[in-house]
Design a protein around this ligand. Structure first.
Ligand code: OGA
Ligand code: NI
Length: 341
């Protein structure tokens, strides 16, 4: 499976990238959603911040954060290194991503499920774990030369930001303090996505409609739009705001919150003029962690909508099936429930 960026400039869209009509983005211009809420993390009233995040999590499963404490300079440097990485020749990218004997650093195109896909997606990606930094960094790419330094610093800052946002969510949901300072957040990963210019954006997708199999995901999307959120039967574009982060509720947080917060479905559309590079920071549990609706949120009137499962079983089922909105794990996670009050 050859990387997209190695061959995509010859001007035509191969058949295997043409989506069936009902999944194509079409030529319709999706309105850029001013409506995806923007949360200022430096409000004086902490309670107000919590309420805004919870409301956005319930209604959209998505929000953007500003005044988030990560330096703009670091965000720019991370984006530059990400772009430089994908601009390298394929042989260099492959060499730089094969330093981890356990295969933790992966370079791939479309999705993990490439061999099983009916259709491919217009994206290349590199992913690797980033905690603890000392253990992980030795297996990361060494080219571009500043990759380890910049992505290392970025991952430390994103760890802080993710913990801060999860603390606010924890408080807002009424969970015991420290609920998320556990195995639930011990294996964060970075994915650097790259969507080259595409000859036929109306026929294909950069990423299909999916939920993230994470607790939360924090995305740096740069200035090119492409991310869309599915809400109430419509697609909404997430407006690129300079130096904001896009945060989304992952499927696991939907489960932990017993359905209160929404692991929103989203997709990526391509465009014909500009390459788009994004950096996802996904907060994952360790493999053996048991995930279940938080006990504090379950009672006779609010029975558990999901049953407990091991993260490993969930993510294995989830990632090996293309087009992940949740079908692949339905049986694993669904609990029979009756309201009993
Ligand atoms: C993802 C994702 C969005 C984007 O990596 O899961 O949804 O805009 N990325 O790249
Ligand atoms: Ni996603």
């Amino acid at each position: 499976m050859e990387l997209l960026s190695s061959w995509c400039y010859d001007g035509s869209l191969p058949e295997s990238y043409v989506m069936p009509p009902e999944r194509r983005p079409g030529k319709l211009i999706v309105p850029l959603g001013k409506s995806v809420p923007v949360v200022d993390l430096e409000l004086h009233d902490r309670n107000e911040t919590i309420q805004q995040i919870l409301k956005a999590g319930e209604e959209y499963g998505f929000f953007q954060v500003i005044n988030h404490g990560v330096s703009e300079d670091l965000m720019d440097k991370a984006m530059n290194v990400a772009e430089e990485f994908h601009a390298m020749p394929a042989v260099d990218k492959e060499r730089e991503c094969s330093k981890d004997p356990s295969g933790g650093c992966k370079l791939y195109t479309s999705s993990y499920a490439y061999p099983k896909e009916d259709f491919h997606y217009w994206r290349d990606a590199v992913t690797h774990p980033c905690l603890s930094l000392e253990e992980c960094i030795q297996f990361w790419p060494e080219k571009p030369t500043r990759y380890r330094e910049v992505v290392g610093e970025y991952s430390v800052e994103l760890r802080k930001l993710s913990c801060r946002i999860l603390e606010l969510i924890c408080e807002g949901l009424g969970l015991s303090a420290g609920y998320f300072s556990s195995d639930l957040i011990q294996v964060p990963k970075i994915i650097i996505n790259h969507y080259p210019p595409c000859p036929e954006p109306s026929l294909t997708l950069g990423l299909s409609k999916h939920r993230d199999p994470s607790i939360i995901t924090i995305l740096l999307q740069g200035h090119i739009h492409g991310l869309q959120v599915f809400k109430d039967g419509h697609w909404i574009g997430v407006e690129p705001l300079p130096h904001a982060f896009v945060v989304n509720v992952g499927f696991l947080l939907q489960i932990i919150s017993n359905g209160k917060l929404k692991g929103a479905e989203h997709r990526v559309v391509t465009n014909s003029s500009d390459a788009r590079t994004t950096i996802s920071y996904l907060v994952y549990p360790s493999d053996q962690t048991l995930v279940e609706p938080a006990k504090a949120l379950v009672n006779a009137c609010n029975p558990a909508l999901y049953k407990a499962f091991k993260f490993f079983d969930f993510v294995t089922a989830f990632l090996l099936k293309p087009d992940n909105t949740g079908e692949a794990v339905k049986e694993l996670i669904s609990a029979p429930h009756n309201r009993n009050c």
